[in-house]
Design a protein around this ligand. Structure first.
Ligand code: UCC
Ligand code: FAD
Length: 630
């Protein structure tokens, strides 16, 4: 070998990242399991091209820019004379990624496509491909989605829409149109402000106050649509605001009646008095609507995301729903953002595994006796990647099942779903209660292990995995790892979700329905007769019955200490059944292997005797690369 130097000697051949629509076997299975055959055939071409678009050089250049040119407050938020200016500057890459996501309908797909209940799984499958390339613009999109969903509910529900004044209706309709638009020049993203210094998990000590003062509501949020500023004046302080560049926010504030209410507040307003630094009238005439950005947060990850602390001083807004029912109202947003969080988690892991697979094809390591082998030929490396891929597949099933239940909660199923999906669909009246459970379960059960999985993806590239690979952004697992670490924290920490799930199951009005919904799908999935058998020793229904009895018999307070164990046990039961149904749809050898390994691991099913190394390697390779690897 030539002696080494900066420009001579060995150089690692670069791995080639493939289009994950085709390359990710788990993605392909979820695409076919959670969409109808009709939607698959109509959407497949577009999603395949989208998978290619998100790994273009242009996208990676924007990511590098958005990480490099982080958001900042011009002049640290103050002008030369100390007067507060607070102009938020975001990077060009960030803005381009936002526009790309909006134009590709990352939110709109859930609202304007003709696919009914399947719009949601389709939207979230596309989001999965986008996650590793979006440099966190998926965060404002998630809250945009939640806000759109909340406004749609108020605009379409007969009782709720009847309660709207004509002005409120106009504001909500305009905002909804913008939140679901595919035109980046017109579309709005949204913030979601719940957390204060007093607490994020428990918002009962919220200090922000909203006062009804219609006389102060002069001017417009948007001159173009003549959206008037709201009759409520909001004052207080928000400790975390991620989507600070959004055009509106949905927030919690206390009112004189006591308790928390939910408000929609435009972020900016049209101000004819706004001037440039030289005193000329400002072209767009727009200023912040009673918001002062105190400072931007200095964070471990999500570097491109402008997360800020905000002072609210006479911010004008509109109340959404009944006074004092703020948590109830904002929970519609929580449902959406929690599903987005789970999708972001598996989307990140999907990208990490894609990079790990690509690297294993080109990286050679020592195999003893001075022999070298590619990582793809190493039984140990492949066993590790197979274990990670199998775990990922379970998390994918839980995530996309939840997105399907969300879709079914929003639309009637026009066509009968496949027999596999049919057994996973509860009767209509139990869909909402099931969604109440699945949302918290998916967010808790999926986000937490995804962090560890991404760490393992980093490790599978050795030292290169730990680097910030700006020169080869497509290899940048470390960035995705840092961004994934926030997922078990925001939108409810793992323990908060687990305790909420217990409360939901013990809820006086909805708890029994939640348990019935789980009971129905667990039993129906167990009865599914697909193309694989049920291994001896796998007893999910028995486990569920024991768990259900315990939940019913134990006082809520006494269950709280075990909330995490309850959620993980339930998660394992559901994953095993989803995996069984998935493998049963076509009798896939790989899916069956993944299912069998899961129940051997988690259900005490007797482990099979390992075959010889060659055969085990073959099985692992199929789990990692899919059955059709050439
Ligand atoms: O972190 C944030 C944004 C970051 C960026 C996100 C990007 C998204 C992903 C992007 C991917 C790239 S925003 C802040 C998020 N904060 C949280 O998630 C707060 C966590 N804490 C909780 O979830 C707590 O459980 C609270 C705050 C909801 C608990 O409040 P309360 O006052 O104790 O409320 P209760 O008593 O538990 O619930 C009041 C009512 C009940 O119904 P009724 O009135 O019928 O008895 C509950 O059943 O609200 C209902 N409820 C819900 N309903 C409570 N939670 C939910 C829920 N999740 N779904 C449906
Ligand atoms: P705490 O509530 O103080 O939690 C501390 C610990 O206590 C956690 O481990 C938690 O699990 C545990 N704990 C809390 N309650 C219980 C309980 N009842 N039982 C057992 N354990 C419990 N918020 C917004 O509103 N809008 C945003 O846009 C936003 N963006 C964010 C962006 C980033 C990057 C981050 C990191 C956070 C963001 N947040 C946002 C805030 C986030 O939602 C909160 O940090 C989160 O909800 C936790 O609240 P906290 O920080 O007050 O922690």
């Amino acid at each position: 070998m030539e002696s080494s130097g900066a420009d001579k000697g060995f150089f690692q051949k670069a791995p080639v990242l493939k289009n994950q629509f085709h390359d990710d076997a788990s993605f392909q299975r979820c695409f076919r399991l959670f969409l109808s055959a009709d939607v698959v055939s109509k959407a497949e071409g577009e999603v395949s091209s989208f998978g290619q678009d998100v790994i273009s050089d242009q996208i990676f250049t924007w990511i590098t820019d958005s990480e490099h040119n982080k958001p900042y407050l011009k002049g640290s938020g103050r002008d030369a004379f100390g007067k507060w200016k607070g102009e938020l500057i975001t990077g060009e890459g960030w803005r381009n990624l936002q526009d790309f996501g909006l134009s590709k309908g990352m939110v709109a797909t859930g609202y304007d496509t003709p696919y009914g209940a399947f719009s949601r799984p389709l939207q979230f499958l596309r989001t999965h491909l986008w996650v590793g390339s979006c440099a966190n613009v998926g965060c404002p999109s998630a809250m945009q989605d939640g806000a759109a969903c909340l406004l749609r509910r108020h605009l379409t529900h007969p009782k709720l829409s009847a309660a709207l004044s004509s002005e409120e209706k106009k504001v909500f309709e305009n905002a909804y149109r913008r939140l679901t638009s595919r035109d980046p020049g017109y579309a709005w993203t949204s913030g979601q402000w719940m957390t204060e210094r007093t607490g994020g998990s428990d918002v009962s000590l919220t200090e922000t106050v909203a006062t009804y003062q219609p006389e102060g509501a002069k001017g417009f949020a948007s001159k173009q649509d003549q959206i008037p500023l709201g009759p409520w004046s909001i004052n207080g302080f928000k400790w975390f605001s991620s989507a600070t560049d959004s055009e509106m926010s949905v927030l919690l504030a206390r009112t004189a009646a006591g308790g928390l209410s939910t408000f929609l507040a435009p972020m900016r307003k049209h101000d004819p008095q706004a001037t440039t630094l030289t005193g000329e009238p400002k072209d767009d005439g727009r200023t912040l609507n009673g918001v002062r950005i105190q400072r931007l947060k200095n964070k471990f990850g999500t570097q491109s995301l402008p997360t800020a602390e905000l002072v609210l001083e006479h911010m004008r807004g509109w109340k959404i729903g009944q006074e004092g029912r703020g948590i109830h109202e904002i929970s519609t947003i929580l449902t959406l953002t929690r599903v987005h969080s789970a999708v972001a988690a598996v989307g990140g892991v999907g990208r990490g595994l894609g990079i790990a697979r690509a690297y294993a094809l080109v990286r050679e390591v020592g195999a003893g006796n001075r022999k070298r082998m590619r990582l793809v030929d190493s039984p140990l490396h492949m066993r590790t990647l197979a274990k990670m891929s199998a775990e990922y597949h379970g998390l994918m099933l839980v995530t996309f099942y939840t997105s399907y239940i969300l879709g079914v909660s929003e639309h009637a199923l026009d066509t009968k779903p496949s027999s596999a999906l049919d057994v996973l669909t509860p009767q209509k009246k139990l869909v909402e209660p099931l969604l109440r459970i699945m949302t918290q379960l998916a967010k808790a059960y999926v986000c937490k292990p995804s962090v560890a999985l991404l760490f393992s993806c980093m490790e599978s590239l050795g030292g290169v995995g730990y680097l910030v690979n700006e020169e080869q952004e497509y290899l940048n697992i470390s960035r995705i790892y840092r961004d994934t670490c926030v997922l078990p924290i925001w939108e409810g920490t793992t323990d908060v979700l687990c305790t909420d799930l217990i409360r939901a199951m013990k809820h006086v009005r909805g708890g029994a329905e939640s348990l019935s919904a789980l009971d129905e799908v667990i039993r129906k999935a167990w009865e599914f007769r697909g193309k694989i058998g049920r291994p001896t020793g796998w007893k999910p229904v028995e486990k569920w019955e024991v768990l259900r009895r315990k939940i019913e018999k134990t006082e809520q307070a006494d269950l709280m200490g075990e909330a995490r164990e309850v959620v993980w046990l339930l998660g394992d039961i559901i994953t095993s059944l989803l995996s069984y149904v998935d493998a049963g749809t076509d009798g896939s050898v790989v899916a069956k292997e993944v299912f069998t390994r899961f129940v051997e691991d988690k259900f005490g099913v007797e482990r099979r005797v390992r075959a010889n190394t060659e055969e085990e390697l073959k099985k692992d390779l199929e789990i990692v690369y899919g059955e059709t690897r050439g």
